[in-house]
Ligand binder design. Structure first.
Ligand code: COA
Length: 159
């Protein structure tokens, strides 16, 4: 069974992420969407909230699971026997970060491949931060995120 990991902060998950997950799920027998820790980020949603949103947003895919790991993504991938780490590329500036990340991962385990999927053009402007900014400015975010994210924003900020 060919298993791949798709790691991220998912704060929150967007339709851009769903697009990558959907395409990865067709390439691999199993995809684990891994909630990982980016130490340079202060997240808006808690780990529990993000995990819950991920589970609801990905339940449409039969071969996609969700998990959390506080350590290095590549170590998690090795632990579960994954053959690849999936990353989405949107714009050229993503490449620099991915280059450094893949070099670090290769240093730890050369046998796990980094697989990059190009985000669809209409998704390239979406990021978790832009979703947050749009929401706070009163813009309807529902075309850009799964429904569960809209519901969570409403719960968190409009009580
Ligand atoms: N569509 C829409 N948005 C996307 C996207 C896509 N296809 N791909 C990325 N993004 C957005 C994300 O939402 C995120 O937005 P934000 O910065 O506004 O929050 C941004 O692009 C960056 O995403 P990403 O590069 O995936 O960063 P991340 O913080 O979500 O994830 C980790 C980074 C968690 C994968 C990485 O830090 C990690 O693996 N951490 C674990 C520890 C580790 O292994 N570190 C490496 C050691 S050298």
């Amino acid at each position: 069974m060919r298993k791949a990991i798709y790691p991220g902060s998912f704060d929150p998950i967007t339709n851009g992420h769903i697009d990558i997950i959907s395409r990865a799920s067709k390439l691999f027998d199993e995809v684990i969407v891994l909630l990982a820790v980016n130490p340079s980020k202060e997240c808006r949603f808690t780990i529990e909230e993000r995990l819950a949103m991920l589970k609801v947003a990905t339940k449409q895919f039969n071969n996609v699971k969700v998990d959390f790991y506080p350590g290095l993504t590549i170590q998690y991938a090795r632990k579960v026997g994954a053959v690849a780490l999936i990353r989405g590329l949107r714009v050229v500036s993503d490449f620099e970060y991915e280059w450094a990340l893949s070099a670090a991962n290769e240093f730890i385990d050369k046998d796990i491949e980094m697989v990059f999927l190009m985000a669809h053009r209409e998704m390239t402007f979406i990021s978790s931060s832009s979703i947050d900014e749009l929401y706070r400015s009163g813009v309807d975010i529902s075309p850009l995120v799964p429904k569960v994210v809209v519901d969570n924003y409403a719960k968190k900020y409009n009580k």
